[in-house]
Design a protein around this ligand. Structure first.
Ligand code: HEM
Length: 385
């Protein structure tokens, strides 16, 4: 279970890193004031920092426009590891990493870095059998998932505008955890250029060329209703995440005409406008028909099969990233306060969704995203304190 290589004790590591912070700050002051010609080069456009602390963790609704790069690391905890102290330490490390004061960043500017932490069903069950987040995802069709790419105890979702930060931040957090965790699977992804879809919202295109992430709980009221967990107190302010790595059959999709591709989704490829008309953000009119009685949004179109009202569930916040390794596809990520929002939607898609035959799912997991944290209320303290 445990890694064989030697790790310095955490106490010693913290002492050393504290000393390095102090040394780094002093050195920075000296060079800034005494050697004006040696200033660090200024970044072209420094992205706005995103606070790590607050009622909710960052990396879900903030930043409003998701960063271009993601690395998701999924790990297991050793059988005798207490989650409380580990999560509190990770939260503390996240605060220093995001603040840019952690020596393990090696001076890299954190920019809009966010780190979002979730715990898997096994850990949630240990904390309370009736809590949200205790259920594993069921099996669905079109899965080819290796045992190690299914489930996991700990999710560390790292997002940043600067792709260089991702492995550095992952290494820092895994080193902090030391031999208490063992990595299970990881996936990196990126988002394409953002396209404006109205109401001040933007969404990127996915590898099939379609704008992805239009419909979701975007208003505060929708987020209170469908995204954030209202209770019990141990999970209030958290949410439930689903991660599904889906390979896409790009050559077969590319062989379709544009009209056929649009029929698969039920939206225009160029603009994201539903095939029933209107604007990208107006939502598909599912009852609208052609003069000869055919649905404008076909019966098996993805936006019909996945439509919240048709399925009878709340809205999910989709925040997916495109992947190219191990294969071209999508790391589908959704956040919702009821796992049924995801499971009922995919079950409804499984019966007949024109998109599914182009997909093969190769990794799958769900996590309870812990409530937000700060200095007084360490990460994970409500659940494992
Ligand atoms: C590789 C797989 C997938 C791709 C490429 C994909 C892509 C898209 C696109 C382009 C849209 C239309 C624009 C938008 O509202 O964002 C959409 C809508 C949607 N997708 Fe997916 N999707 C995939 C898988 C899934 C899965 C697995 C689920 C959940 C089980 C899902 C749930 C939804 C929902 C709820 C909508 C909004 C439907 C509406 O109300 O109009 N998608 N998806």
């Amino acid at each position: 279970m445990k890694r064989a290589d030697h790790h310095p004790s955490r106490r010693r590591f913290l002492d050393v890193s504290g000393a390095m912070v102090a040394a780094g700050l002093t050195a920075g002051c000296t060079s800034d004031s005494a050697q004006p010609g040696r200033h660090a080069p200024s970044a072209a456009a420094t992205p706005k920092p995103v606070a790590a602390t607050g009622r909710h963790q960052a990396g879900i609704t903030l930043p409003q426009q998701a960063q271009a790069n993601l690395l998701a690391v999924v790990a297991d905890l050793g059988a005798d590891v207490a989650p409380g102290p580990l999560l509190a330490e990770l939260g503390q490390a996240i605060r220093t990493l995001v603040a840019g004061t952690d020596p393990r960043l090696m001076g890299l500017p954190p920019g809009d870095l966010t780190v979002t932490v979730g715990v898997g069903p096994r850990l949630v069950r240990a904390a309370g059998a009736s809590l949200p987040g205790t259920a594993d995802l069921p099996r669905f069709s079109r899965e080819r998932i290796a045992p190690r790419a299914r489930g996991g105890d700990l999710l560390i979702q790292i997002c940043a505008g600067d792709a260089l930060l991702l492995p550095v931040v992952a290494a820092a957090l895994l080193d902090q955890a030391g031999d208490r965790v063992r990595e299970r699977w990881r996936q990196s992804g990126r988002r394409g250029t953002n396209v404006s879809v109205g109401k001040g919202l933007t969404a990127p295109r996915n590898p099939l060329g379609f704008i992805d992430g239009i419909v979701g709980p975007h208003t505060t009221a929708e987020q209170q209703r469908d995204l954030w967990l209202a209770g019990p107190p141990a999970v209030a302010g958290g949410t439930l995440a689903v991660l599904r790595r889906m390979e896409l059959d790009l050559p077969r999709f590319a062989a379709l005409s544009v009209a056929e591709q649009e029929a698969v989704f039920g939206r225009r490829r160029a603009s994201g406008v539903p095939l029933s008309g209107g604007t990208a953000d107006s939502g598909p009119m599912l009852g609208a028909k052609t003069p000869d009685g055919r649905y404008l949004v076909p019966a098996d179109a993805h936006v019909r099969r996945a439509h919240a009202t048709v399925v009878g569930v709340g809205l999910m916040l989709r925040r997916s990233y495109s992947t190219d390794d191990p294969a071209p596809g999508l790391l589908f990520i959704s956040f919702q306060n009821d796992l049924r929002t995801f499971t009922a939607t995919l079950t409804h898609m499984d019966t007949s969704d024109a998109l599914l035959p182009f997909t093969t799912t190769t990794a799958s997991a769900t996590f309870l995203i812990l409530p937000g944290f700060d200095r007084q209320r360490p990460l994970g303290s409500q659940l494992f304190g």
